[in-house]
Ligand binder design. Structure first.
Ligand SMILES: [Zn+2]
Length: 343
């Protein structure tokens, strides 16, 4: 009897020392069971279902060199697992997903942007894990989300920062990671890494885009977590939750409504609508890349009328930016105006 007891205890001990390393994470309460998950997705489905997402799991194919020192987490594979899990959550909401890759294939950086630009998708999300600048550093670990350019640049789109903030908040919470030392909330301009250029994948992608560096595969704490498919699902859920909350907060919709002639001037009107109303102070209007104050906002009509000086046989490019009272900015809006009427 005693002999069997010793064998049983040894077996238990052996099972406890299996080759799987101990990893720590908390499963989000919505992922504990299928009913809670579906319930959550149903609540947010009305805000997501008309959106098309382009998911870009970084690296893959011939590009598989980024990995942790234990060889457990290969970045290309981690990104793909997170991307596929994110796709499954998004698709359950009724929204559409297009992927740059859904298997271990080689795709050049510029092709990822090209695919996204021609896909008809609304937003682009590139998924990566991180590595520190210093070789041999196995302790640095944080979660960060990048948007392109900085506020003083014409190509900066404030909505990309909104999107980054929402993703970052829920992803870093799901992973229980901080946002790193270089930013208050863990969102960063890509100029932080490549000054005045940013990441090529964000610079070349013309649809709104963000890039996630979920955690450091080089961190001895993070590597085994990133290597776990269950944990990758938790990461994907964090990103998904951020997307849900972002779209629920609303996005101002700008559309052309009218153009008329007043004396020698052209009056162009656009409606700016949001269910939670527009923050008047947020409105910015550019004519040919130069900011102008020659416009009026009609509170009742929720419209903006821009006064353009006389121009003949010319094109004027109009750009409008506006945020709603939840602080969410409009998607990129530009329009080309000529003096040929009616439009
Ligand atoms: Zn990467």
């Amino acid at each position: 009897m005693k002999f069997f007891y010793i064998i049983a205890v040894s077996l238990l001990f052996y099972a406890g020392c299996s080759s799987k390393p101990d990893i720590y994470y908390e499963t989000p309460r919505e992922l504990v069971d299928e009913v809670s998950k579906i319930k959550f997705i149903q609540i947010y489905s009305p805000y997501l279902k008309n959106i098309t997402f382009f998911i870009d799991p970084g690296h893959g194919g011939e590009d598989r060199k980024n990995k942790g020192s234990k060889g457990l987490a290969i970045e290309a594979d981690v990104n793909l697992r997170v991307g596929l899990a994110l796709r499954s959550f998004i698709e359950l909401s009724g929204a559409k997903v297009i992927m740059s890759r859904d298997k271990d294939t080689t795709i050049a950086l510029k092709d990822r942007s090209l695919l996204a630009n021609n896909s008809g998708a609304d937003i682009f999300i590139s998924i990566h894990s991180n590595a520190p600048g210093q070789e041999g550093d196995n302790s640095t670990n944080f979660t960060s989300t990048y948007y392109h350019a900085t506020e003083s640049d014409y190509e900066y789109e404030p909505m990309e920062r909104d999107l980054a903030k929402y993703i970052q908040r829920d992803l870093s919470y799901a992973m229980r990671n901080s946002g790193g030392p270089g930013s208050f909330d863990g969102t960063y301009s890509d100029y932080h890494i490549y000054p005045k250029q940013g990441f090529s994948v964000l610079r070349l992608t013309t649809i709104p885009s963000v890039l996630i560096e979920a955690g450091f595969h080089t961190s001895s704490w993070e590597e085994p977590r990133l290597a776990s498919e269950d944990f990758n699902r938790v990461e994907a859920w964090g990103i998904f939750k951020g997307l849900c909350r972002y779209f629920k907060a609303g996005i101002p919709k700008i559309t052309f409504t009218d153009q008329t002639t007043k004396g020698k001037k052209q009056l162009v009107t656009y409606s700016i609508f949001d269910s939670v109303s527009i923050d008047l102070k947020s409105i910015k209007v550019f004519v040919d890349s130069t900011e102008t104050s020659e416009y009026t906002f009609n509170e009742k009509e929720k419209s903006i009328t821009i006064e353009l000086p006389k121009f003949i046989n010319e094109e004027k490019s109009i750009r409008i930016i506006a945020a709603n009272k939840n602080g969410n900015f409009s998607f990129p809006f530009t329009d080309i105006v000529t003096d040929k009427l009616p439009r």
